[in-house]
Ligand binder design. Sequence first.
Ligand SMILES: NC(=O)c1ccc[n+]([C@@H]2O[C@H](COP(=O)([O-])OP(=O)(O)OC[C@H]3O[C@@H](n4cnc5c(N)ncnc54)[C@H](O)[C@@H]3O)[C@@H](O)[C@H]2O)c1
Ligand SMILES: O=C(O)C(=O)C[C@@H](O)[C@H](O)[C@H](O)COP(=O)(O)O
Ligand SMILES: [Zn+2]
Length: 365
Amino acid sequence: MGVLNSLQVDLGARSYPIEIGQGLLDGLGDGLKPLLKGRQMAVLTTETVAPLYLERAQASLTAAGFDVTPIILPDGETSKSWQALNQVFDVLIGARFERSSTVVALGGGVIGDLSGFAAASLLRGVNFVQVPTTLLSQVDSSVGGKTGINHPLGKNLIGAFYQPKKVTIDIDTLRTLPRRELLAGLAEVIKYGIIWDAELFARLERDLDAFLALEPTVVAEVIHRCCAIKAEVVSADEREAGQRALLNLGHTFGHAIENLAGYGEILHGEAVAIGMVMAADLSHWLKLCPGNDVARIRELVERAGLPLHAPKHAVEAYMDAMSRDKKVEAGVMRFVLMRGIGSAMISSDVDAAVTRQVIEAYAVA
Ligand SMILES: NC(=O)c1ccc[n+]([C@@H]2O[C@H](COP(=O)([O-])OP(=O)(O)OC[C@H]3O[C@@H](n4cnc5c(N)ncnc54)[C@H](O)[C@@H]3O)[C@@H](O)[C@H]2O)c1
Ligand SMILES: O=C(O)C(=O)C[C@@H](O)[C@H](O)[C@H](O)COP(=O)(O)O
Ligand SMILES: [Zn+2]
């Protein structure tokens, strides 16, 4: 029990700690007290997470002297919307939030992205804390400060870069996570192996069963490695002027898949899994990535129980959705491609005809 691993995201005055461990929800309040001046706090969470973890989190925060207002939102991607954001603002403004007040995100990436954007915008910025409870949010969305909401025309098109004051990762919360959500989070874990760390990829190939059985040492080590990679990338390029875009592997295809499926039908991690396999194949067709690495990626994604194919829509519908990707520059799409497992690159030199061929091959489900 307690903190198993910790690390720091180095961003000068906006640096912050990440703690990974077991039973950390019970120490949440004591851990935040030294970091926050104000005592006023809102805890944003979902209808599913509230009955599981809100009482414990709230008890710990209250015992540490925080005055907590809970805000419970519907589950799912639809909460990354203007309506949900306005609902949150109504409560926070009604409760007379001040600049020293704090928004705590207790939940998955949806709650994290929405809460972070609310914290960034209210009074031009109040304190923000991440308490991620899904695998995806523990390895990815709680770190790095991308916050925002969706637009009907595209994922995350409205938002801000806004860093939390702290990230507290209690791996025990994964025990209640539905298996489909656990697997969706695994897609972003596999992503780190592909873009950055061949050893992590090989470990996933080896330890997949132990990880999915939630063996605590394996889970804590893998989450720590993912957070360390993200911290390194974000510290060097907070606002995605360069290498941060590598974290977007599979997302150009993936976000288009989510958009065309109607947000929520296909989970973000599932869309990223399909998108990564498409990006691997695209890299192979462009003679960048050896076929053997594409095969290993496809095999791991398949063994992890993640989908390999996207829903069938017109190729031009995919191209249109992809054209709104945030990596587009001067109207030209930029893709994250791979040279092989552990090494990725960004390229604007991708023939649209080849991209269409890849879509045709994969958008068949
Ligand atoms: N900001 C970033 O850097 C970043 C990175 C990756 C993904 N994202 C975003 O994150 C979102 C996806 O996040 P997600 O995969 O966490 O999904 P999610 O937030 O929708 O959570 C999945 C479901 O699990 C429930 N849940 C959460 N914790 C639980 C627990 N411990 N036990 C039982 N149920 C639990 C939630 O209520 C929800 O119904 C997408 O919107 C994606 O765009 C953002
Ligand atoms: O942190 C990043 O940078 C990422 O790209 C992480 C992604 O996993 C995440 O889905 C992110 O929200 C996508 O960002 P976007 O800028 O493409 O919306
Ligand atoms: Zn993602």
